[in-house]
Design a protein around this ligand. Structure first.
Ligand code: PRP
Length: 210
């Protein structure tokens, strides 16, 4: 049988995930000295490092059995898989933010919202019964209100320093975010024992880390 394949999110969550895998007793040499190799052996598993949105795609399609990805990407993706565990790291939150001291909810004009997360933003404003115009931005969303492109942003806030340094503030908190383990739906049935074994090891390592 092929090794279980696990997709990890590059960047923000990478360091903590490698720490977790080391705590699980896995040999993470290939993950640390990865060079340009894309499929990495972490015996008994095979690991791929990918952009967050791609992790959900690989797991939905079953080319990876398991994924480790932020809740922000999960809620935005709308894709199908099981979300089985909260890893408790990579903590941040979705927030509505805007220029300091402005009253976002006043006035009758349709507000413009810049975001990397149009689905999260649309759901939030729908829940508020508010008609807004959503503008999709790919990075550094905080620039949009500074340039006059939008009245506010929906983005993840971790320390709050990006907002602060750019004269912005949180207007409303939307949902908390942290790293999650996701599992392909077919793999969950076909490779149940191996997946349960992996999850048990993760659970134990998490406890050790606390
Ligand atoms: C995220 C987010 C904010 C920042 C928040 O961006 O979009 O810009 O981090 O973190 P803080 O509250 O600790 O300042 P990221 O670094 O992922 O880069 P990007 O905006 O270029 O996508």
């Amino acid at each position: 049988m092929n090794p279980l394949r696990i997709a990890l999110t590059k960047g923000r969550l990478e360091k903590k995930t490698v720490e977790l895998f080391s705590e699980m007793g896995l040999d993470c040499t290939a993950l640390i000295d990865k060079g340009r190799k894309l499929v990495l052996p972490v015996p008994p598993y095979e690991v791929v490092l990918a952009k967050a949105a791609d992790v959900t795609t690989y797991v939905e399609h079953g080319v990876c059995d398991i994924g480790i990805v932020g809740k922000d990407t999960i809620v935005e993706s709308g894709k199908s898989f099981y979300e089985v565990m909260d890893l408790g790291f990579g903590k941040c939150r979705f927030a509505l933010a805007g220029p300091k001291g402005t009253d976002f909810f006043s006035g009758y004009n349709v507000k413009r919202i810049a975001t990397k997360y149009p689905t999260v933003a649309a759901n939030y404003f729908e829940s508020k019964n508010m008609d807004v115009r959503i503008i999709k931005i790919e990075g550094s969303v905080e620039l949009a209100p500074l340039l006059g492109l939008s009245d506010a942003i929906v983005d993840i806030v971790e320390t709050g320093s990006t907002l602060k340094e750019n004269g912005l503030e949180v207007i409303d908190e939307i949902i908390p975010v942290s790293a999650r383990v996701i599992v392909n739906m077919a793999s969950m049935k076909l490779r149940k024992n191996e997946i349960e074994d992996f999850l048990e090891k993760v659970e134990k390592a998490k406890e050790e880390q606390q």
